[in-house]
Design a binder for this molecule. Structure first.
Ligand code: ZN
Length: 283
C-alpha cells in the first residue's frame, strides 16, 4: 500500500474543501462468496458494527491507498469487505485470515479502513456452533475496521507498551471500569494476539477482576485475545473506535453470542485450528 499524498500535502489540500458537520451513516458492505449457509452470519455482523459505530467523526477522505475503493474529497460511507468461506487446506491448519487491505486518510488525520478481507476455511468453520461463528465473524470484522490493526497508525498505541492511550477509551476505563491510567492491552499470546486486544489474565482462563457498569468482567469482552462464553461488546471497545475516527454517538453495549475460542488474527495473520482446539479443550 502506498499513500498518494504525504502528510504535508494533506494539510494544504484539506484547506480547500468544505468539511461536513455530520458524517454519513456507515455501511459495512459484505461481498460474500462461498458456502451459502454462512452468508447471513456475515451480514448480521456487518449490521451490528454499522449500527454501533454509526459513521465517522470526519471521514472526508483526502488521500487513500492505491487500491482503495474510497473516493477522494468525499465522506467515507462504505467499507467494503470481501468475505468467503471456502476450502483452504482442509481440517486443521489455517482457520482463516482477516484484516483491512486498503485505507484512506480523512481531513482530521484519521487513518480509516476502506476495504478489507475475511476468509475462513470451510473445513474448520463448519465445526463451530452458529454462536461461535457469529462471534468469530464479529471479532474479525472489528479487526478489519481497525481494532488493533490501526491503533499505532492513529497514534493511540505503541507496540509493546500494553497501554491504549486514546482519550475516549481512557475515560471509559476510568469512569465505567473504575480503573486508573489507560486501558491495558494484551502483551502475551504471541504475534497476532499481543498488541491487538484488551488484556486478559492467565491467557483467558481467569476473571480479570475488571468489570464494567453492569458487572461484566473483561474476560468476557468480545475483543480480548481469548473469547469466553457470553461475550459482550463493551463501552471500552466502542470508545476505542471513537479514538480511531468513528462516531459511535449512541454507544450502547450489547450482548453478543458467546463461544470459547482463541482469537489470533491481526492484519492478515493466520489463525490456526490447533490453537482453537487447545483453548476449547482447556475450558
Ligand atoms: Zn483478534
Amino acid at each position: 500500500m502506498r499513500l498518494l499524498k504525504n502528510a504535508l500535502g494533506l494539510a494544504v489540500f484539506a484547506s480547500f474543501f468544505f468539511v461536513p458537520s455530520a458524517s454519513a451513516a456507515l455501511v459495512v458492505e459484505v461481498d460474500y462468496s462461498g458456502v451459502a449457509a454462512y452468508e447471513a452470519a456475515f451480514q448480521s455482523a456487518a449490521n451490528t458494527w454499522q449500527g454501533l459505530l454509526g459513521g465517522y467523526q470526519d471521514g472526508l477522505i483526502v488521500s487513500r491507498s492505491f487500491g482503495s475503493t474510497a473516493l477522494e474529497n468525499q465522506v467515507l460511507e462504505t467499507v467494503r469487505i470481501q468475505a468467503s468461506v471456502a476450502s483452504i487446506d482442509g481440517a486443521g491448519g489455517t482457520l482463516g485470515q482477516a484484516g483491512f487491505t486498503e485505507f484512506g486518510l480523512d481531513t482530521s488525520g484519521y487513518k480509516l479502513a476502506t476495504d478489507g478481507r475475511m476468509q475462513f476455511d470451510s473445513a474448520d468453520f463448519g465445526g463451530l456452533t452458529p454462536g461461535q461463528r457469529e462471534a468469530l465473524i464479529l471479532h474479525e470484522m472489528a479487526h478489519v475496521l481497525g481494532f488493533g490493526t490501526l491503533w499505532t497508525d492513529n497514534g493511540v498505541y505503541v507496540n509493546g507498551s500494553g497501554e491504549f492511550t486514546g482519550v475516549n477509551a481512557t475515560a471509559v476505563w476510568q469512569t465505567e471500569f473504575g480503573q486508573s491510567g489507560t486501558p491495558d492491552v494484551e502483551l502475551s499470546g504471541g504475534v497476532g494476539t499481543a498488541n491487538g486486544h484488551w488484556n486478559e489474565f492467565d491467557t483467558g482462563s481467569n476473571f480479570t477482576g475488571i468489570t464494567d457498569g453492569l458487572g461484566r468482567d473483561m474476560t468476557f469482552e468480545l475483543m480480548t485475545g481469548w473469547l469466553n462464553p457470553n461475550s459482550f461488546i463493551s463501552e471500552l471497545t466502542l470508545a476505542s473506535f471513537r479514538d480511531i475516527g468513528f462516531a459511535t454517538t449512541n454507544a450502547t453495549a450489547v450482548p453478543e453470542p458467546g463461544s470459547t475460542l482463541l482469537w489470533s488474527v491481526l492484519g492478515l495473520a493466520a489463525e490456526s485450528r490447533r490453537r482453537l482446539l487447545k483453548r476449547r479443550l482447556a475450558s
